[in-house]
Design a protein around this ligand. Structure first.
Ligand SMILES: C[S@@+](CC[C@H](N)C(=O)[O-])C[C@H]1O[C@@H](n2cnc3c(N)ncnc32)[C@H](O)[C@@H]1O
Length: 300
């Protein structure tokens, strides 16, 4: 009996590490990808928090004039929250959430009642940088939100063309990306600039958000529209301002080790900017803004 039990324990201890991930600064990250944010339960919770914030700011989950889409795709679906809400909103649609790996809680029931996973939602693994695992013209609505840190500058056009390829004629492609801070104090803008510099070292342009509409035009889409939503950052913006600031500071914690490891600045300088940003967000007279761009276009 005993040798059998210890053998079983050895098997568990010698389990191969999951090659898709690496541990960095105490948090699980994707290995060998440009995407710099953690990929763990803490980040899934942040993405859900951010989703509720964005949905409040947008007053809904999408801007495109979609009617009754039969097939919906969300590229880089993260927690799957957006896709699951779309599945609940369009119960006759088939909704696919695609990401490099499923969220950690994908295999278990995520909740009960209102939080139960809709039966018309499915997760599929895929990498937008390597092409989508779907036939041409498979979807009526293709959505991609906040992949700005994951797509190298010279890959954006190919990514848009891939989104267009899987969209049916008459269907819509929608992108949603953040811009760069406006009217913020030196803490908030300095912190954000360190992320721009850090991502530039990975050939990622963290300032392209304002050009999403133009990118859809370059990808051959028609009837392109772009909206800018200005999220207030900090107490001056009331509850939504406090939530936006909380989200920004959580990103600041998650990117800290990467910025320092890339020698963008010292840990002391980063921590000083972080504290300064916290103070600016807490001062009601602080007037920092983060624009968020939503752009959509139609396949001819
Ligand atoms: C900032 S999160 C946004 C998640 C979700 N779109 C949202 O708005 O809540 C970016 C997501 O893109 C995924 N991602 C990064 N690179 C990717 C790639 N090459 N292909 C597919 N998904 C990718 C990450 O795993 C992560 O879940």
């Amino acid at each position: 009996m005993w040798p059998f039990r210890s053998q079983r324990r050895d098997v568990v201890l010698e389990r191969m590490p999951d090659q898709r991930f690496r541990l960095f600064a105490g948090r699980q990250h994707l290995a060998a990808m440009p995407y710099p944010l953690p990929k763990d339960m803490g980040e899934i919770n942040r993405l859900d928090f951010q989703h509720f914030l964005l949905r409040t700011g947008l007053r809904g989950n999408y801007a495109s004039p979609v009617q009754e889409p039969a097939d919906i795709l969300d590229v880089g679906c993260g927690s799957g929250r957006w896709a699951m809400e779309m599945a609940a909103h369009f119960p006759n649609a088939r909704v696919v959430g695609l990401d490099l790996v499923p969220p950690p809680d994908d295999a278990v029931t995520i909740g009960q009642g209102l939080d139960a996973r809709p039966a018309n939602y499915v997760f599929t693994a895929g990498n937008i940088l390597e092409g989508l695992p779907f036939a041409d013209q498979s979807f009526d609505f293709v959505h991609q939100r906040l992949l700005i840190t994951a797509i190298p500058s010279d890959r954006w056009l190919a990514v848009i063309q891939e989104l267009v390829r899987v969209t049916r004629p008459g269907g819509w492609v929608e992108l949603a990306e953040c811009g760069v801070p406006q009217d913020g104090g030196p803490g908030y803008t300095g912190l954000w600039q360190s992320w721009i510099d850090f991502l530039a070292k990975r050939n990622v342009d963290f300032t392209v958000g304002a050009h999403t509409g133009q990118m859809l035009i370059s990808g051959g889409l028609a009837n392109v529209q772009q909206r800018a939503l200005n999220f207030p950052m900090g107490d001056w913006g009331g509850r939504i301002g406090r939530a936006s600031a909380t989200d920004c500071l959580a990103v600041g914690k998650a990117l800290r080790a990467g910025v320092i490891a890339q020698n963008i600045m010292t840990s002391d300088r980063y921590d000083a900017l972080y504290t300064r940003a916290q103070q600016e967000f807490a001062q009601r007279q602080g007037r920092g803004i983060l624009p968020f761009y939503v752009a959509y276009g139609q396949r001819a």
